[in-house]
Design a protein around this ligand. Structure first.
Ligand code: KIV
Length: 262
């Protein structure tokens, strides 16, 4: 297939479960790099950092800006940058131009695109041009504009077939890995059995080769998250308590102390 990236080779040959998380900033990347195999600058950043209702309004330049920031924090993980909506769907040539720009400016190892059958030719074109591609099938956030549309896929035979064909298209056209998001466990297990490339689950099954979560979700920045999120801390509470103490210190003339002045 012509992709020569030793980190991606190791990822594809790994015999243990693969650990993936998102990052949008240099210092978050620096913290998580040690424990991750892959760091994704996901387009979820438009919701997590910019407070947008969905991921559909993110520009290529914003994505690249955050990709560059994350690159500075990463030493060992594979760095993958999402292609924002409307930067790759129109034609393989447009996708190639934009993917090259992302790769050149962010120095990432690979790009990620949502879809399967609909973007098969585009995946093939990018891979042929030495751009490693990570696929993304199942629930596709770039297709979602209202929160009611965040719906698990695979509850009907028709949906099962659509997602299965998407996996086959992504795999046949040379993607090195695929994110499987928001599908029934039954379908996820079927996909993992069929897949010859590394499967990374989010709301899928532990049978996937690895898992990914949005870092801010698993750290507990948000009160409400999807069922598939396991919260490893309550950063919202930690930040709130810290700022409450800061407020009280200032109001009660306890900060700054001699230690904090020149
Ligand atoms: O945008 C994103 O963060 C993603 C992951 C949740 C897989 O696509």
């Amino acid at each position: 297939m012509g992709i020569k990236n030793p980190k991606i080779d190791l990822f594809c040959k790994s015999k243990r479960k693969l650990v993936c998380l998102t990052a949008y900033t240099t210092y978050m990347a620096e913290i998580i790099d040690e424990y991750c195999d892959l760091v994704l600058v996901g387009d979820s950043l438009s919701m997590v950092l910019y407070g947008d209702k969905n991921t559909t309004r993110l520009s290529l330049s914003t994505m690249i800006r955050h990709g560059k920031a994350v690159r500075k924090g990463i030493k060992k993980s594979i760095l993958v940058v999402d292609m924002p909506k409307n930067t790759y769907e129109k034609s393989p040539d447009i996708a190639l131009k934009n993917a090259r720009k992302i790769m050149k400016e962010t120095k990432c190892d690979a790009i990620k695109m949502e879809g399967g059958v609909a973007i098969a030719k585009t995946i093939k074109k990018l891979v042929k041009n030495n751009i490693p591609v990570m696929g993304h099938i199942g629930l596709l956030p770039q297709q979602v504009t209202k929160s009611s549309e965040y719906r698990i896929k695979g509850k009907t035979k028709n949906e099962e077939n659509i997602v299965t064909n998407d996996l086959l298209a992504v795999q046949k056209n040379g993607a090195f890995s695929v994110v499987i998001e928001g599908v029934t466990e039954r379908l996820a297990i079927k996909l993992c059995k069929i897949a010859k490339i590394k499967t990374i689950g989010i709301g899928a099954t532990k049978k996937c080769d690895g898992q990914v979560l949005v870092t801010e979700d698993m750290l507990g920045i948000f009160d409400k998250t999807a069922k598939f999120v396991k919260k490893y801390n309550n950063l919202r509470k930690i930040i709130s308590n810290s700022v409450k103490k800061y407020n009280s210190d200032i109001v009660n003339h306890k900060f700054p102390t001699k230690k904090n002045i020149y």
